[in-house]
Design a protein around this ligand. Structure first.
Ligand code: GLY
Ligand code: MN
Ligand code: MN
Length: 487
C-alpha cells in the first residue's frame, strides 16, 4: 500500500525504499541504515563579508520540507529487519537546527524555533544544537545489527571521538543515487507547489504580453524587471534560473541572459524563457511575443511560431507512462524537417517526403535549427536530478537529452521544442545542398522561437501544469498583444 505519511516524512520513506532496493541482495540484509545530511550554510563572496543569497541544498530541502534555517542537519535512522518489506513506523527522521548564536541574532533576528518549524512540516522530531560528534549514530536498539552511515559524496560523515565496538560503515555509494531515483516521482505536496509556481509564472508571462502589446515596454531590461516584479509581488522571491529575455537575433542564443538591449527598430519577436520558484520548486516556461509590428507577428515569425507549436503538439501525442524520451526528441526533428520542407527552406530534389526527411535527418542539418533537447525533468532544480543514471548519449541528435529513462507517473517534465536562426550554429551547413539559402536569409531576423510548458505525467497520459489560459499560438498571443485585431 502506498504510504500516506505527511510531508515531508513521506520522502524519508520513499528514500529508504529506494535505498533498500538499490543493491540487492546485499541491501536486503538486516542492518541499521543511518542517513546524515548537512544543510547549506550562508556563504560569502570571496574576500568579502558580502553574503550570497541562501539556497538550501536540494536533497536536504526534499527531506526537510525546505523550511530549516542555514546550517541545519538531518538524520534518518531505520533498523531494517531484512527482506523487501519496509516497516515505515520504524523510520525516524530528525531535523537538527543550529544552536542560537547571539551575535547572529543581533544582525539577523531570532531564527525560527523548533516548535515554529514543527507547525510547518512533519518529521519525527526537531532538535536544537548539533555537532558532527553529537550526530554519530548511537548503538542500534537491536544490538546485533550493523550500522551503515549513508552520506552524500560531498559531505563528511559524522565522526566519533571514541571508537565503538559495533563500528558503523560510512558510505556515499548509494545515498545520492537513491535520492535521484526517489526525487523523480513527485509527491502530492510537491505537485501543488509546482502548480503554484506555474500559475504565478504564467500570470507574469501574460502580463508581459499585455505590456509589450500596449507598447509600454521598449527594452529587455524593462521586460525582465516586469516579469520578476510580478512574481515578487505575489510572494515568489526567487526565479528558478536566470531569465532569458531576448529580442530579435539574441533569441537565437539558447541561454542568452544579458537581457540589456533595446528592442530592435524592425519588427521581430521577444523570446521570454522565465519561471519563478514556489517554496523551492521550479517552473520553466517559454513564450514569444511580437514586437515592432503593432502586436502582430510578421509572416516569417508567425510561420515559425506555428511550426514550433506543431512540434509541441506532436510531442504531447507521445507523452504518457513508458514513453521513451529519445523517441519524442527524434519526432521533434521529424516535424521540424517536414515543416521546413513545406516552407521551402529545405529542398531535396528527389524522393518521397519520408525519404527526404530521412536524408536530411541523416545529414544532421536539422540540429543547426533545433540543437537542444525536447525537455528535462523539473522539480526542486530546473534541470532536475535523476534523468541520466547511465549518462548522456553520444548520438548527435540525442546528446543534449537530460532524460534517458522511460517516463513514469509522477515525473514532471518540460516540453520545449524550438527553432533558431543562429549563424554560428548554421556555419557547418553553409554550403548544404538541402537548404534554400536565399529564402533562409529572409528568416534570420526571427532569431529564435521556443515554446515551453511543464507537464505532470499521469496514469494515462499527462496533465499540463502550465495553465491553458496562457497564450501560446499565434492567434492566442495576438489576441492579447493586438486585441483590436488590426495592427
Ligand atoms: N530555462 C532553461 C531551460 O529551458 O532549460
Ligand atoms: Mn527548460
Ligand atoms: Mn526554459
Amino acid at each position: 500500500m502506498a504510504s500516506t505519511a505527511p510531508y515531508p516524512l513521506l520522502h524519508s520513506h520513499l528514500l529508504i525504499k529506494r535505498l533498500i532496493s538499490l543493491n540487492k541482495p546485499s541491501s536486503l540484509r538486516p542492518a541499521r541504515h543511518y542517513i546524515f545530511l548537512e544543510g547549506s550554510k550562508v556563504e560569502c563572496r570571496h574576500d568579502s563579508d558580502r553574503e550570497l543569497p541562501f539556497e538550501q541544498e536540494r536533497n536536504f530541502s526534499w527531506l526537510s520540507g525546505g523550511v530549516a534555517p542555514p546550517h541545519s542537519a538531518l538524520t534518518i535512522s531505520y533498523e531494517h529487519e531484512g527482506g523487501e518489506a519496509i516497516n515505515e513506523d520504524a523510520i525516524e527522521t530528525r531535523l537538527w537546527l543550529p544552536e542560537v548564536d547571539e551575535a547572529e541574532v543581533m544582525w539577523m533576528g531570532m531564527p525560527p524555533t523548533p516548535s515554529e518549524i514543527g507547525q510547518k512540516i512533519h518529521v519525527t522530531a526537531i532538535h536544537q544544537g548539533w555537532s558532527r560528534h553529537s550526530l554519530y549514530p548511537p548503538p542500534p536498539k537491536n544490538r546485533n545489527l550493523e550500522t551503515i552511515i549513508h552520506h552524500l559524496p560531498f559531505t563528511k560523515p559524522p565522526t566519533s571521538i571514541a571508537a565503538q565496538i559495533n563500528a558503523p560503515i560510512p558510505t556515499s555509494e548509494y545515498l545520492l543515487k537513491a535520492l535521484h531515483e526517489a526525487r523523480r516521482n513527485k509527491t502530492k505536496v510537491e505537485i501543488e507547489k509546482m502548480k503554484k509556481a506555474n500559475e504565478l509564472s504564467s500570470g507574469a508571462h501574460k502580463y508581459l504580453m499585455e505590456l509589450v502589446g500596449k507598447g509600454a515596454i521598449k527594452d529587455e531590461n524593462a521586460a525582465e524587471a516586469e516579469f520578476v516584479a510580478y512574481c515578487r509581488r505575489r510572494g515568489s522571491k526567487i526565479q528558478a534560473y536566470s531569465s532569458i529575455v531576448a529580442a530579435g537575433k539574441s533569441a537565437g542564443t539558447l541561454h542568452y541572459v544579458a537581457n540589456d538591449q533595446p528592442f530592435p527598430t524592425e519588427p521581430t519577436l521577444l523570446l521570454v524563457d522565465a519561471g519563478c520558484e514556489w517554496q523551492d520548486y521550479a517552473s520553466d516556461i517559454t513564450r514569444v511575443i511580437p514586437i515592432g509590428n503593432g502586436g502582430k507577428f510578421t509572416k516569417e515569425c508567425a510561420e515559425i511560431v506555428t511550426l514550433v507549436c506543431e512540434m509541441q503538439d506532436a510531442a504531447f501525442k507521445l507523452i504518457k507512462p513508458n514513453a521513451n524520451w529519445e523517441d519524442v526528441q527524434l519526432l521533434m526533428h521529424d516535424v521540424l524537417i517536414r515543416g521546413f520542407l513545406k516552407l521551402g527552406l529545405f529542398v531535396v530534389p528527389e524522393g518521397s517526403e519520408d525519404e527526404k526527411v530521412e536524408k536530411i535527418k541523416a545529414s544532421g542539418l536539422s540540429s543547426a535549427f533545433y540543437p537542444h533537447a525536447v525537455g528535462h525533468l523539473l522539480g526542486l532544480d530546473t534541470h532536475d536530478v535523476g534523468g541520466l543514471p547511465e549518462g548522456r548519449s553520444t548520438d548527435p541528435l540525442l546528446r543534449y537529452l537530460r532524460l534517458r529513462v522511460p517516463l513514469e507517473e509522477g515525473f514532471v517534465v518540460t516540453v520545449e521544442p524550438g527553432c533558431y536562426f543562429n549563424e554560428f550554429l548554421f556555419a557547418p551547413f553553409k554550403n548544404s545542398e538541402f537548404v534554400n539559402h536565399e529564402l533562409l536569409a529572409k528568416y534570420l531576423y526571427v532569431g529564435g522561437v521556443r515554446i515551453e510548458d511543464n507537464l505532470l505525467i499521469t496514469k494515462d497520459g499527462f496533465e499540463n501544469l502550465t495553465p491553458s489560459w496562457l497564450p501560446r499560438t499565434v492567434e492566442e498571443v495576438e489576441a492579447v498583444t493586438c486585441p483590436t485585431g488590426s495592427a
